[in-house]
Design a protein around this ligand. Structure first.
Ligand code: NAD
Length: 244
């Protein structure tokens, strides 16, 4: 089927990279459902996208039962699910020696466990449809590691393993699964970093500038659309040349 009319679910779509992903998928002609824990952002999200009737649903992606129920409800309402973007993510940075169990668990649950819950729930329907595209939000930190991000980099490396296995298991059903690995992108997640950390990050980027959410969103759009029909199991870096 053409991309026009596809049904897409974007987690963490209320702001930042997720919001720009919604914008790109809407521009591709898809119907987009946003799933995000921050219900209070939804009016702002709809306004930013100029779409008053955007379907926004409250979801804590760490809740396996709720995530599965939401995916089933979307399929019940729209008849199918063509694209799942596992984008919701958080950081709880700290050096390994001082990282407590709570920060380790939370980051793994929000960033990685959630993608498993969503992928399992969505692929059940995609198998029946014999088509689908799943995109997981990884990170440069998951490829290279990053001081102060033991939990985050482990979650994102796990995301890459999940992506490759999903791709291999589901390719026979015409379901593709790819990851995008952003580098240092200007969002609220990175805005809170101390200036020194920002300077260090900038000095590592060959293209000498932070990425914009739209840079990542365009890569997601490519992987969501039929233009990438023969691409699965890949990790597409969007990082200004940091990882080569
Ligand atoms: P952000 O904090 O601006 O947005 C994250 C969104 O996820 C928010 O809307 C938030 O409400 C939602 N969210 C958080 N926890 C949730 C939960 N439990 N359930 C549902 N929704 C939840 O961050 P961002 O920079 O837009 O990051 C988006 C993704 O990109 C994340 O997976 C992040 O790890 C990844 N990433 C970002 C960067 C960067 O430099 N900004 C770099 C690499 C990867």
């Amino acid at each position: 089927m053409a991309d026009n009319g596809k049904i897409a679910l974007v987690t963490g779509g209320a702001r930042g990279i997720g919001l720009e992903i919604c914008r790109e998928l809407l521009a591709a002609g898809m119907t987009v459902v946003v799933a995000d824990i921050q219900e209070k952002l939804f009016d702002q999200t709809r306004q930013a996208l100029g779409k008053a009737d955007l379907d926004c649903r409250k979801l804590d992606v760490t809740d396996s039962v709720a995530f599965t129920a939401l995916v089933d409800a979307v399929v019940e309402q729209y008849g199918r699910l063509d694209v799942l973007v596992n984008n919701a993510g958080i950081t709880r940075d700290g050096l390994l020696l001082r990282m407590d169990d709570g920060d380790w668990d939370l980051v793994l649950r929000v960033n990685l466990y959630s993608a498993f819950y969503g992928t399992r729930a969505a692929s059940k329907h995609m198998v029946r449809q014999k088509s689908g595209s799943i995109i997981n939000m990884a990170s440069y930190s998951g490829i290279e590691g990053n001081r102060g991000q033991a939990n985050y980099s482990a979650s994102k490396a796990g995301m890459i393993g999940l992506t490759k296995t999903t791709a291999k298991e589901l390719a026979g059903k015409n379901i593709r699964c790819n990851a995008v690995a952003p580098g240092f992108i200007a969002t609220e997640m990175t805005a809170v970093l101390p200036q020194q950390a920002k300077d260090i990050a900038l000095s590592l980027i060959p293209l000498k500038t932070m990425g914009q959410p739209q840079d990542v969103a365009r890569a997601v759009r490519f992987l969501a659309c039929d233009d990438s029909a023969y691409i699965t199991g890949q990790v597409l870096s969007v990082d200004g040349g940091m990882h080569t």
